[in-house]
Design a binder for this molecule. Structure first.
Ligand SMILES: CC(C)(COP(=O)(O)OP(=O)(O)OC[C@H]1O[C@@H](n2cnc3c(N)ncnc32)[C@H](O)[C@@H]1OP(=O)(O)O)[C@@H](O)C(=O)NCCC(=O)NCCS
Length: 128
C-alpha cells in the first residue's frame, strides 16, 4: 500500500460515518452509512491538499472506500453495501475521474451531478 491511513469511525443517531485521512494529512474522504438508506454508502468530502494533487491520492482514497465497502460486506452479512453514491462537482475532470472509477451519472441536482456505483462482492453474500 502506497499510503498509510487513519480511519475515524463515528456512531451517530442516524447511522455511522467513517473518515479516511492519509497519515501525512495530504488527503481525506468521508463515508456515511445511514440507517434510513440501508446498503448505500454515501461518499463526500473527497479533497487533496492543492500542493499534493495529481499524484494519485484521490484515486487511492476512492479505492480505499470501495475496498472498505467490500470488506464490510464480508463481515456484515445482515446489511451488505451494494451501492456507493456521490454528488460530484460539475467540473469535467472530476466527473471524468469518477467515471473512470466506474461511477455512472443519475441526474444533475443543485449544481452537482448525482452518481452511483454498484458494488460487486468478491465472494457470494448469503442473505439470512
Ligand atoms: C478532485 C481532487 C480530489 C483530485 O485529487 P487528486 O489527488 O489530484 O486526483 P488524482 O491525482 O487521483 O487524479 C485523478 C485524475 O484526475 C486528473 N486530474 C487531477 N487534477 C486535475 C486537474 N486540475 N485538471 C485535469 N485533470 C486533473 C488526473 O490526471 C487523474 O487522471 P488520470 O486517472 O487519467 O491520470 C482534488 O483536485 C481536490 O481536492 N479538489 C478540490 C475538492 C473537490 O473538488 N473535490 C471533489 C468533490 S466531488
Amino acid at each position: 500500500m502506497k499510503y498509510h491511513n487513519c480511519y475515524h469511525h463515528n456512531e451517530w443517531p442516524w447511522g455511522k460515518s467513517v473518515t479516511i485521512i492519509t497519515k501525512d494529512g495530504t488527503g481525506m474522504v468521508n463515508m456515511d452509512f445511514e440507517k434510513s438508506n440501508p446498503g448505500v454508502c454515501y461518499v463526500s468530502e473527497l479533497s487533496v491538499l492543492p500542493q499534493c494533487r495529481k499524484q494519485g491520492i484521490a484515486t487511492y482514497l476512492m479505492h480505499e472506500c470501495i475496498d472498505y465497502c467490500l470488506t464490510d460486506n464480508l463481515e456484515n452479512h445482515d446489511n451488505p453495501i451494494f451501492r456507493i453514491d456521490i454528488n460530484s462537482v460539475m467540473e469535467s475532470f472530476v466527473m471524468d475521474f469518477y467515471h473512470k472509477l466506474g461511477f455512472e451519472d443519475i441526474e444533475e441536482s443543485n449544481g452537482y451531478m448525482k452518481m452511483y456505483k454498484i458494488i460487486v462482492p468478491t465472494k457470494p453474500i448469503v442473505l439470512k
